[in-house]
Design a protein around this ligand. Structure first.
Ligand SMILES: Cc1cc2nc3c(=O)[nH]c(=O)nc-3n(C[C@H](O)[C@H](O)[C@H](O)COP(=O)(O)OP(=O)(O)OC[C@H]3O[C@@H](n4cnc5c(N)ncnc54)[C@H](O)[C@@H]3O)c2cc1C
Ligand code: SF4
Ligand code: SF4
Ligand code: SF4
Length: 419
């Protein structure tokens, strides 16, 4: 088997879509896997000739981004001066604002961005935006594993584009470029998102369960925002479900407490949080003491990782309707935990194991296949409602013991009911 079937079987797939974009036989489609709650590539074996190209471009099979601290040339805190754009965007709107500027000043003639498709809030489409309106429609992060590289198949002769993507998507896209001159010549820059992991699509299902949404209410869902912000809902944002006649909001700490249960398997062993292959990298700002008063509306942390990225940002920052503050290198390393990440990468320790509550993860993994998932996350949801961090910490410790008790003493009963 010289194709990506083995990657999927071993749960190493990031859902990036590079295999589907590169396959000369058009034998691969990205399909929703209702067991894993993810988009996975499906091979039409009648068309596949085992050429191995899909496996060659697959970022899932390797530890991409190992030297993460190496190429950070400069860093800035940035936000758009257009308040509406900034509120529509995920962080400070640096990506959308720069794309709009690059398009308006004809530096590019389009950008590969990702928006949600029509009424289904969880289906995403990576397309070439050619207008300001289209760039704005695609703003904000979709925290799901998205086959963004499939968008590369839409590239045409004469295109000059910016590709926006997570670290795995950019790692995949660059390998596709190595096999396709047209696509390679069409990508002017890579805008990378920082990435703390993508969630599988069981996450929204679990939220509907917690909120006890009925069948009819579920049909009314128009938008599912993992981190929504506006003038009344401050950054880092609220989990928002938009129904026909009302919006339901859950505070940020609820989202933070629950997400660890739904991180994609492949993300748990990913070390490229800071998008090593991108030209410019964009994330949220957690920098202490700088632009603190601006955080409520969102501020982007921007890193230049290549000379090309640095030159583009330096030449365009003043023209692109952005507020920009340069960061000292010490602040970059402390805010991004870059040294810690690099140390883990060198020891082959998966970053997420460290960053996401290792004790709980260990016990969760033991039983992940048959666990009473919804019951456990509902418990965790209640803990997260306590405002004081110390109370949440103590309750979490007690909770871990409770899970252990459940798993080891009355496991059979739970498997029977929820398995
Ligand atoms: C899965 C995921 C995990 C992340 N984890 C972190 C983190 O741990 N720490 C951190 O600091 N930042 C993280 N980010 C990045 C952060 O959420 C913002 O995207 C980033 O700060 C840029 O904000 P902005 O306001 O400049 O972008 P915006 O102006 O809102 O533009 C965002 C752009 O990203 C594109 N996009 C959104 N989602 C996807 C996707 N899934 N795949 C491909 N393209 C997409 C959109 O099309 C849009 O062009 C993550 C993003 C994603 C998608
Ligand atoms: S092995 Fe070749 S033909 Fe088969 S799915 Fe992969 S790229 Fe396509
Ligand atoms: S190329 Fe991407 S979508 Fe295809 S198997 Fe590898 S990780 Fe999964
Ligand atoms: S954590 Fe790694 S594998 Fe997961 S979405 Fe982000 S870049 Fe891709």
């Amino acid at each position: 088997m010289n194709n990506i079937a083995q990657i999927v079987q071993q749960k190493l797939c990031t859902s990036c879509g590079a295999c589907a974009a590169v396959c000369p036989q058009k034998a691969i489609t990205m399909e929703f896997d209702s067991k894993e709650f993810l988009y996975y590539p499906k091979i039409d074996t009648a068309k596949c000739n085992n050429c191995g190209l899909c496996l060659n471009v697959c970022p899932g099979k390797e530890m991409f981004g190992r030297d993460t601290a190496k190429n950070i040339l400069k860093a800035w805190l940035v936000y758009s001066k257009d308040v509406n754009l900034r509120l529509t965007a995920q962080s400070g709107g640096a990506i959308s604002q720069l794309l709009i500027h690059a398009l308006a000043s004809k530096i590019i003639n389009g950008c590969l961005v990702t928006k949600l498709k029509g009424v289904n809030p969880l289906l995403a489409d990576t397309f070439i935006a050619r207008t300001k309106q289209e760039i704005l429609e695609a703003a904000r992060s979709k925290y799901w594993p998205i086959p963004a590289c499939t968008g590369l198949s839409k590239v045409a002769e004469g295109d000059n584009l910016i590709f926006v993507g997570t670290p795995c998507q950019i790692a995949g896209a660059k390998k596709v470029c190595a096999h396709n001159k047209l696509i390679n010549d069409s990508i002017f820059l890579y805008f990378g998102l920082m990435c703390g992991g993508a969630l599988n699509l069981a996450f929204p299902e679990m939220i509907y369960e917690i909120l006890a949404l009925g069948k009819n209410e579920k049909k009314e869902i128009a938008e599912f925002d993992y981190r929504f912000k506006d003038n009344n809902h401050e950054w880092p944002g609220y989990l928002r479900i938009k129904l026909k006649n009302k919006d339901i909001f859950l505070p940020n700490r609820v989202r933070g407490a629950l997400k660890r249960f739904f991180i994609n398997e492949r993300c748990k062993i990913c070390i490229d949080k800071l998008n090593q292959s991108a030209d410019l990298v964009f994330g949220d700002s957690y920098v202490k003491g700088k632009l603190r008063e601006e955080r409520a509306r969102g501020v982007s942390l921007v890193l230049a990782r290549t000379q090309r990225g640095l030159q583009f940002f330096e030449e365009n920052k003043a023209l692109a309707n952005l507020e920009v503050v340069e960061l000292e290198p010490e602040l970059v390393s402390s805010t991004t935990k870059i040294a810690e990440i690099e140390k883990l990468a060198k020891q082959n320790v998966p970053v997420h194991e460290k960053l996401y509550c290792p004790e709980l993860r260990k016990h969760w993994q033991v039983d992940v296949k048959q666990s009473p998932r919804f019951l456990l996350v509902i418990d965790y949801y209640f803990i997260s409602l306590f405002k004081k961090r110390i109370v949440r910490k103590i309750l979490s410790k007690l909770y871990i013991w409770r899970i252990m008790h459940k798993i080891f003493s009355i496991k059979d009963k739970f498997v029977k009911i929820y398995g």
